[in-house]
Design a protein around this ligand. Structure first.
Ligand code: AMP
Ligand code: TRP
Length: 333
C-alpha cells in the first residue's frame, strides 16, 4: 500500500495510561515507522470542553507531548504540535458545525456519557466536540486515523460531514473520507478493578489503571491487586466474555507481547493466577518502565518540549493554511 496520511489526537488531561498506549500511541509509532506521513496533535481545544485549570493545562500539554516522544514518536519524522496553536482548527470547526446536523450529534454516545444526567449544564463545546475532531482530520486531508475503539462513532461522524460537504458544495473530491484504524483485537483496555468499564484517566481509583508514569513497584502492586476470580486460568475463549477482568488481563498480555491468545492459554494452562500476574507485571514493566523514565526526564526539559511543539506548529500551520483558504472560498467568503 502507498503512503498513508495519518492524523490523530490525544487530549492533554493528564494521567495517560496503558489503554492510551495500547489503543492508540503504540499504533502511532508503528505507522510512523512504516514511513507514513504522520501528524500527532495534543488536542488542548478539546480539553477545555470541560473546566481546566490553565496552569495545569499547560503542564499537561507538555507532558502529553513528552509522552509521544517517550513512546517513540520522532519529531524529525512526524509532526507533533498542539491544536490551539493553529487557528484553522477553530475556524474550520465553526464552518463544519454549519454542515453537521443536530440529529447526527444527538446520536453521539460519548456526549451522553460525559454529560451525564444533567445535559442542560454541559458546555456547548462538549456537544460539538466531534465537529472539532472532524475539522482536525479534514484540515490535513488525512486518509487514516488511528484511534481506540471509543472514537469509532466520532470517526463515522467525520466521514458523514466530509461526504455532506462534498455533496453540498458540489466538490466530489474536496475532502477525503477518512478511514479509522482501530486495533482488531483488544481495542478497548478495561479498568483493572471492573472489566466492564474502560480504563480511563477520570476513574477516581488509581488502582484501576496503569499510568505511563508509574514506577515498577506501582505496576507490580496494581497488577497484584487487579480483580480476577476463583476459577482456573482459561484454556480457550469459551466463557471468556463472562470473565471480563480475565479477558482484559489476557488482552494486555497479548497486545504487549504480540503473542496470539491461543499461545497464552497454552503457556499458562494449569498455572495459577498469581503466576500469570507475575509474568504480566514483568512484561508491563519491561515495556512501560523505559517510557516512564523518559517521560520524567523530558518533563524536566521544558525548553526542548516547547521547541518540538513550536516547530510542529509551524509545519502544521503551513499545511493547513492553503486548505482553510480553499474551504473559505467554497463558502463564498
Ligand atoms: P483520550 O485520552 O481520551 O484523548 O484518548 C486518546 C486515545 O486513546 C484515543 O484514540 C482513545 O480512543 C484511546 N483510548 C483511551 N482510553 C482507551 C482504552 N481504555 N482502551 C483503548 N484505547 C483507549
Ligand atoms: N476525541 C479524541 C479522544 O478523546 C481525541 C481527538 C481529537 C482525535 N481530535 C482528533 C483523535 C482527531 C483522532 C483524530 O480520544
Amino acid at each position: 500500500m502507498g503512503v498513508k496520511k495519518i492524523f490523530s489526537g490525544v487530549q492533554p488531561t493528564g494521567n495517560l495510561h496503558l489503554g492510551n498506549y495500547i489503543g492508540a500511541i503504540k499504533n502511532f509509532v508503528d505507522l510512523q515507522n512504516e514511513n507514513n506521513d504522520c501528524i500527532f496533535c495534543v488536542v488542548d481545544l478539546h480539553a477545555v470542553t470541560v473546566k481546566q485549570d490553565p496552569k495545569i493545562l499547560k503542564q499537561n500539554v507538555r507532558e502529553t507531548a513528552a509522552t509521544f516522544l517517550a513512546c517513540g514518536i520522532n519529531p524529525k519524522k512526524s509532526i507533533i504540535f498542539n491544536q490551539s496553536s493553529v487557528s484553522a482548527h477553530s475556524e474550520l470547526s465553526w464552518l463544519l458545525s454549519c454542515v453537521a446536523r443536530m440529529g447526527w450529534l444527538n446520536r453521539m454516545t460519548q456526549f451522553k456519557e460525559k454529560a451525564g444526567k444533567d445535559k442542560e449544564k454541559a458546555s456547548v463545546g462538549l456537544y460539538i466536540y466531534p465537529v472539532l475532531m472532524a475539522a482536525d482530520i479534514l484540515l490535513y486531508d488525512a486518509t487514516h486515523v488511528p484511534v481506540g475503539e471509543d472514537q469509532k462513532q466520532h470517526l463515522e461522524l467525520a466521514r458523514d460531514i466530509s461526504k455532506k460537504f462534498n455533496t453540498d458544495f458540489d466538490a466530489p473530491e474536496f475532502f477525503k473520507i477518512p478511514e479509522p484504524l482501530i486495533q482488531k483485537n483488544f481495542a478497548r483496555i478495561m479498568s483493572l478493578k471492573d472489566g466492564k468499564k474502560k480504563m480511563s484517566k477520570s476513574d477516581p481509583s488509581e488502582l484501576s489503571r496503569i499510568n505511563l508514569t508509574d514506577t515498577d513497584s506501582d505496576i507490580i502492586n496494581k497488577i497484584k491487586k487487579a480483580k480476577t476470580d476463583t476459577n482456573p486460568f482459561p484454556t480457550n475463549t469459551n466463557n471468556l466474555k463472562s470473565r471480563p477482568e480475565i479477558e482484559n488481563l489476557i488482552g494486555i498480555y497479548s497486545s504487549l507481547s504480540g503473542k496470539k491468545i491461543d499461545l497464552i492459554f497454552n503457556e499458562f494452562k494449569d498455572k495459577n493466577f498469581s503466576f500469570f500476574k507475575e509474568k504480566l507485571s514483568e512484561l508491563i514493566v519491561e515495556k512501560i518502565s523505559p517510557i516512564s523514565k523518559e517521560i520524567k526526564r523530558l518533563n524536566q526539559d521544558t525548553s526542548y518540549i516547547d521547541k518540538v511543539l513550536q516547530d510542529g506548529s509551524v509545519k502544521a500551520y503551513e499545511l493547513s493554511s492553503k486548505k482553510i483558504q480553499d474551504i473559505k472560498k467554497k463558502f463564498g467568503f
